[in-house]
Design a protein around this ligand. Sequence first.
Ligand SMILES: Nc1ncnc2c1ncn2[C@@H]1O[C@H](COP(=O)(O)OP(=O)(O)OP(=O)(O)O)[C@@H](O)[C@H]1O
Ligand SMILES: [Mg+2]
Length: 641
Amino acid sequence: MPAPAPAPVGRVVATELKPSTPHQFWFQAATDAAIGIGAIVRVEGGARTVYGVVTDGLAYAPAGTSPLGPRAEAGARDAGPGETRLWLAAVLRQVPDEPLQTVPIGPVHLAGDADVRLALRMDAFTARERGTGIPVGVYAAGGLDSPVYVDGDFLLGPEAAHLNISGVSGLATKTSAVEFLLSSIFQTFPTHKGTVAALCLNVKGPDLCFLDQPGEITDEDRRLYARLGLVPEPFGDVRYYAPFKPDGVNLNTLRTNDRLAGNTGPLVWGLREVLDYAEVVLNRDDVDAKADALIDFLAERVVGHEFADPQLREQPFRVQTFADLEEFFRAIFDLLEGRRGGEVWRTHHVATIRKIRNRLGNIATRSKGLVTDDGFANDLPWGSFADRTAYVVDVAGLDPLAQDLVFARIVSQLREHLERRDLGVDHVVVFVDELNKYAPADGPDTYVRRMLVDLSERGRYLGLVLFSAQQFRSQVLRRVVGNAGTALFGRMDADELATPGYSTLSPAIKTRLATLSKGELMLRHPHFTQPVFVRFPRPAVLGGREGVERFPPATDLPFPDAVARQLRTLDRRIAADSIRDLVVGRREDDVRRALSATRRERPADVEAYFRACLGRRVGGEVIEARRPVPALRRGHDPYAP
Ligand SMILES: Nc1ncnc2c1ncn2[C@@H]1O[C@H](COP(=O)(O)OP(=O)(O)OP(=O)(O)O)[C@@H](O)[C@H]1O
Ligand SMILES: [Mg+2]
């Protein structure tokens, strides 16, 4: 026997002062009804069913029954019997859709699973054969909770794309919500939509450093996972990339515990990789036709090519590294210095050459550890990205300039490969936490900001999707957050709620937003005509703080031991002592070069290969004197103010 239909919790009331309209209605409910701000309700009115979400409420009692009225002293503690409680609901959906009419005066029910599915129009994308629903959490009210799905076509493209989440630090659970959602996507992204990977930029401490490790969750979390049809487990396939510290051998990340070394590798770029994104490090004033022309010249004719110019030097240049490039620039300056009045080399003014040399040199210095001077890069696996795999690039310890470079190169590479359809996967979610730092509403128009705008405006056609988080949405460039088809809001503070971006929300919704507890979010999604409140379980991964406790970062090792540690990630059998003996007394540059050659080759006998690369023992460290660059003659600097 089917369970009896639950009794109504109230009834629509419509008066001349508070009439029902096609978009909102008032209803009266008993004081003990499980109705609150955000509750979803169903109104039955003959052939018409209307779904609404509660956005405001009010209560009153006839004069004389109020506890503040004359009878208050007589001990009228419970105003219940005399109280009238009215709720205002915004219409989510009417069935049938046409003709659109005013809300009927009928009984009001709390929404169950089927009602929530219809109210949020989830039937359109979950009920069909090739469904695209992705669970984001449960809608919970009055002891009921119903799964809420977002539409994959609107979260990851092509219809709409991108997700943004805002809320105060620590309470809004922004990073956790994205981790949970990525796991939900990996578990439920329909195969007919193709393959998907995530590229997460870890910008803050150990935040995303342990996505492959199980974290603690509660029984209630487990119940929510079950309700959503998801398995609470950490990410199965995660690859970590972190640049080196300036010493070139210790990784610049908090994920350095030996037990995690298996899927943690260095991110190292050479001159070629950097030169392609030289624009990142040039500021607005620098980017002129002259600078561009010189960079193009270097990229197309010099770096990675054999460049012959007998005027500069007899034997041709083979510029592969920053050191080679410096030698090349030096030859130009020597030539110009030697020539009386020589200020132009091959149409490039000496001031332009000097500027570009300084800017590129600046990258090498400020990004030491990310850029190498030995020409061997260790990059993300462009072309062989794998389905349901998370690639985490740890930039938390990098200088802001180097962070920009990483952003620029990674997003551009993703874009180019997705355009050519040769990345290895069809969709990539790029997760950028602390978005306000990279796409601030005010501030200089940087290359990275322009790139984030471009990603939000055009990425969805390519399958390039931006998930971003920040405390204050109002501090982020509108073109970036505004393009996020799906928006989540955790606990907000009052100042932020007073900004114009939230003016469409009722005061009651704002109050709820300001008091949300951990794990509760307000969700806006194209299919939902009103925002809805959802609750999501803790991500089943180890958090950053617990992570560094369980897997304490290895202390920075002295150079020889750090080299041994790097080699041991390739072959666990290698003894640290024998590497130390090999390395001690050698030039660090030679050792780094041998190390990266070994890393690149991945030989069967790691130690023998490394030993061969090092070659015979040479004398102690040779310190090369840096010759100063001759100063510009006064009055000839076209960039002078
Ligand atoms: N679903 C959940 N339910 C309850 N607590 C949660 C849930 N998800 C995360 N938390 C807890 O909330 C805390 C803060 O989470 P999180 O780090 O995601 O917040 P945040 O908004 O990213 O903060 P910040 O702005 O500082 O980066 C964590 O300690 C986490 O354990
Ligand atoms: Mg966070």
